[in-house]
Design a protein around this ligand. Sequence first.
Ligand code: SAM
Length: 223
Amino acid sequence: MAHLYLVPTPIGNLEDITLRAIRILKECDFIIAEDTRETKKLLQHFSIDKPCVSYHLNNEHQVVKNLAERIAAANAVALVSDAGTPGISDPGFLLVRACIENQIEVMALPGPTAFVPAIVQSGLPCEKFVYEGFLPHKKGRETRFKAIAEEEKTTVLYESPHRLIKTLQQIVTFCGEGRKVSVSRELSKKFEETVRGSASEVLLHFTQHEPRGEFVVVIGGKE
Ligand code: SAM
């Protein structure tokens, strides 16, 4: 029976790849990759030579049917994104659904993803949480913030460096300046840092220290 393996890749530190991920990448028939050039660099590091085909946000609707047929005719195929877990704010869902509809066994390997270390080291309750991923840039953004303001569970967001300040300002506006926030940047990398405090304290920090790198924002629930 054909298998699609969802293989998480490091979000910064190459030591975070699992032994099983390396074995699956070595043994599979081919790799479906978000950016084949990025994946080739990773494969080279682990001395893996494997054909890669491209599957990304701009072509996923066009190629998903054909890819599912190719997987059905293969033994084992791996899906990777540029970093972290495929399907988590990355392409993956459409292919997983198509594979399930085509009786292909789908197996997700545990491994790197940015929101888990960010939430568990935030110091905010993590027994229940809401994953928002990237908020919409314009339309619908305020609606999401209104919902986050009323949310009693901890909320996790992904954010780019150039939108971080705006997001922190909106947390102050919608949730209040005292809402607890934790911002983790560059997880698993050399300049990893987590800033915790009230929304206004964290905003002040990043107005004084220019946001650089990749960010996860964790917002405490409404008390
Ligand atoms: N699939 C990935 C995962 O499992 O986390 C997420 C991919 S998404 C396109 C990229 C976003 O994830 C970044 O903009 C950032 O918000 C977050 N991210 C990825 N790597 C990170 C890191 N090392 N430190 C902090 N945030 C990171």
